[in-house]
Design a protein around this ligand. Sequence first.
Ligand SMILES: [Zn+2]
Length: 251
Amino acid sequence: MADFNTHLMGAAAVSGLAATVLVMAGAAPHQAVIGYFVLGVVGGLLPDIDLPTSLPVRISFAAMAVVAGFLVVFTFGVRYSLAELVLMWIGCFVLIRYGLFTLLDRFTVHRGLVHTVPMGLGLGLATTAVAFHVFSASAVHAWLCGAFLAAGFIVHLLLDEFYSVDLFGRKLLKSSFGTAFSFGSLSQPLGTAALYLVVAGLFLVCPPPKPFVQLVLDRDTYRVLSQRLVPRDSWFAGWLNQVPPYRPSGR
Ligand SMILES: [Zn+2]
């Protein structure tokens, strides 16, 4: 099992790379790309939220609550008064930091249904649905939000899985192999079935994925990338020209 720092770095590396590709392809505005990146990192921390006693989890919950508060203000900022916005901000914070947190604390077993692939997909779809319906994001934007969150979540599961393998080859499999990257929980068959039903239901309330799939599969998205994967002549060409030449002071 990978530790908190490994998860943070892994999620940041993968979503940072994906965000950079989006910037290079000019597929999304910069502010949006920063948002995707944050969602990817949050996704990378979510699978362990069922360990509510750990400090990192409490910190990420507080951070998530703050970010959600800002999202609400950004969305409704023009429409409501300051007093109303502050109330919505506080409501959002309390709901996530205390409501959701307590709910998870009470109803989850670590490495139960939360730490599974369908849960990651479900949370991604929920993010897409909320971005589309609540924050009136475009279909592509909403799907990118959900995709980053789900990708971060899956990266977390994969990291846990890889860390259960002895990388030095002395012993190939540890006993925890196969428990991290799972598609459900055998001890909770009803819960697993319900989870898959929820995932299917969430997909139905999401906007049509076609424009997003087209963007991801479109060759044009990667054309710029393949042309600029490595520099054509020299690395950081022209960069030194922008640094003023060294002039020794005095004589
Ligand atoms: Zn984990």
